[in-house]
Design a protein around this ligand. Structure first.
Ligand SMILES: [Fe+2]
Length: 254
């Protein structure tokens, strides 16, 4: 099992230095930050291999995954690593239901719970344990919109299959990320994802503060911004724990 993770980490580390970065604003200093990820991927301790819950995907998501794997593009190393990771990984649903927010309108996570899945290669519930780096596969269903959210960790997405638009910042223009491209999200930056008509398969990594609150933002019909906090459960998925109006000083920073 560790060989699957090693090949995954090596293939991604090899791709990062030259991968195009079409979704990032020009002043993000992406190349320097990607070096931190490349370095972390090449120094993972592969000797720690816990027993992992095998996990499973619902039938619809299994079909998305098969379609995405069939349509995977990139170097032979990336495509093989993604295919092997998809088979070996412990798939789980990323968001779980929490208590009602009390705000009007649909609860955002209700749309997303059945549309986003992850298989961690490295991390709390990875095939290789790490508490400093998370890395794995991220599967998103066709047409899914993952609303503006922010988290303390620095994140990268590397495209393997399908096309996804990524928005940085409250008023940023969404930019397309395709196979072979990489996107870097700095700590606590607002970002949103929108999937096209095909399922999307990404490789993801998190570095930095891996815990803490992840905030989802939403705007009511009067233009007021609210945000819901999600916190990681023991199974690595996320559950909502708080809701509030976005504080004025926070809004001013975005
Ligand atoms: Fe994110």
């Amino acid at each position: 099992m560790s060989n699957v993770v090693r090949s995954f980490a090596d293939a991604l580390a090899l791709a990062l230095p030259t991968a195009p970065t079409p979704t990032n604003p020009a002043n993000d200093n992406v190349r320097r930050r990607l070096e931190d990820f490349r370095s972390a991927l090449t120094t993972v301790d592969h000797t720690v291999t816990p027993a992992v819950d095998p996990g499973s995907l619902p039938a619809e998501a299994q079909a998305w995954l098969q379609s995405a794997i069939d349509g995977a593009q990139g170097t032979p190393g990336i495509v093989t690593a993604a295919r092997n990771a998809a088979t070996a990984g412990s798939w789980y649903q990323i968001y779980e239901s929490g208590p009602a927010s009390g705000h009007s309108g649909p609860e955002p996570h209700e749309v997303l719970t059945g549309g986003m899945f992850a298989a961690q290669m490295i991390g709390f519930r990875g095939l290789v344990t790490s508490d400093t780096l998370l890395a794995g596969l991220f599967l998103l269903g066709p047409g899914l919109h993952y609303p503006l959210h922010q988290h303390p960790a620095t994140e990268i997405y590397f495209g393997v299959s399908g096309e996804i638009c990524i928005q940085h910042g409250l008023d940023g223009e969404p930019q397309a990320l395709g196979p072979g491209d990489v996107s870097l999200t700095p700590s606590n930056r607002l970002h949103a994802l929108t999937v096209g008509t095909s399922p999307v398969l990404l490789l993801y990594c998190w570095l930095g503060e891996l815990g803490g609150r992840q905030w989802w933002w939403r705007q009511d019909s009067d233009g007021h911004w609210y945000r819901d906090a999600y916190e990681r459960t023991a199974r690595a998925s996320w559950e909502r724990t708080a809701s509030e109006a976005v504080p004025a000083d926070v809004l001013a920073r975005h």
